[in-house]
Design a protein around this ligand. Structure first.
Ligand SMILES: Nc1ncnc2c1ncn2[C@@H]1O[C@H](COP(=O)(O)OP(=O)(O)O)[C@@H](O)[C@H]1O
Ligand SMILES: [Mg+2]
Length: 303
């Protein structure tokens, strides 16, 4: 337990040791924040009121659902510790069925979608469409089906997936795939960053994990900003990444990311995206620490 005099001012990055989480810690520390990455259990044990938890728990690699630890984050909420995003919001962002439903209820422009839970219904889908896991990420198991043959091939693979047996699949109309899209970051109702993702040669999906590249953009189109803000509001998200595809001179929301990966290239107009996020979220700066605990020592090192 931390001594009481050490309370407040710690920014816990709650999640695994991903590249994005490590960079988040590094950049926040450089800005003077006492940021540290914590497992959910460590966060529940160490964080105190006055601290903030950035909940970055991701989906499972199997795409079967959200990784463990939400109970620990729930404990933080119960103890009055500020959590960005609260567990229900994070789950809504990870669950494409819930997030598409919230976008629909709010009238946010997105492809028509449905939820399919059996293989016969999958085989009978109108074409062209995209079939993807409810709790998907990294572009994994996202299938483009333009012909019966492509759909049948997808169905054969999906039939063996545990995620499909557990949660079924999300089906969307296939949008035009120009080989690039926009990822916009919204924090506390403000656009804080954006970048262009360009699909790898021969790949239709823009995910960086599938070889896509990331480019800075000089300017975010106004419609992209307003659509992203509407999407974040629909989810009541404090911090969210929104994938937008260009369509008919405007944009359409493809999906929302509750634990989005981002780096310096997301900075708009030369801004530091990490500073923008910290300011939008009003993250606490560390108080001078007097204790001798590990956390106090960490805080002194960054104060
Ligand atoms: N309905 C769609 N129409 C066109 N392209 C899509 C559609 N859905 C997904 N994509 C492409 O596939 C990529 C991955 O899909 P996405 O829904 O973002 O899943 P993930 O959570 O795995 O990133 C998107 O970035 C986009 O390039
Ligand atoms: Mg995506």
């Amino acid at each position: 337990m931390r001594p009481a005099e050490d309370a407040g001012g710690l920014v816990g990055i709650v999640g695994g040791p991903t590249k994005g989480n490590r960079l988040l810690v590094k950049r926040l520390r450089a800005l003077g924040y006492a940021a540290t990455r914590l497992t959910p259990a460590a966060a529940a044990a160490q964080l105190q009121p006055g601290d903030v938890a950035l909940d970055r728990i991701d989906v499972l690699p199997t795409l079967d659902g959200v990784a463990p630890g939400l109970d620990d984050v729930e404990l933080l909420v119960e103890r009055g510790i500020r959590v960005v995003n609260p567990p229900a919001v994070l789950v809504a962002a990870h669950d494409k069925l819930v997030s598409c439903g919230l976008l629909r209820a709010a009238g946010v422009r997105q492809p028509h979608f449905s939820h399919v839970t059996d293989l016969d219904a999958l085989r009978a889908l109108p074409l062209p469409c995209v079939v993807k896991p409810r709790f998907g990420s990294w572009g994994v198991d996202v299938f483009r089906c333009r012909s019966r043959a492509e759909l049948e091939q997808a169905v054969r693979l999906i039939a063996g997936r545990s995620w499909f047996r557990r949660q079924g699949a999300i089906v969307q109309d296939l949008m035009p795939t120009p080989g690039h899209d926009l990822r916009v970051l919204v924090a506390a109702g403000r656009v804080v960053g954006a970048a262009r993702r360009v699909a790898a040669p021969g790949e239709w999906r823009t995910n960086v994990t599938l070889g896509g590249s990331l480019e800075r953009i000089p300017e975010l189109p106004r419609e992209a900003a307003s659509l992203s803000l509407a999407a974040a509001t629909a989810l009541e998200a404090d911090l969210v990444g929104i994938d937008l595809l260009p369509l008919d001179g405007g944009f359409v929301v493809i999906e929302l990311n509750g634990a989005a990966e981002f780096d310096d290239r997301y900075g708009l107009h030369g801004a530091n995206v990490f500073a923008e996020i910290a300011a939008a979220l009003d993250l606490p700066l560390p108080r001078p620490a007097s204790g001798t605990s590990e956390v106090a020592t960490a805080r002194r090192a960054h104060a």
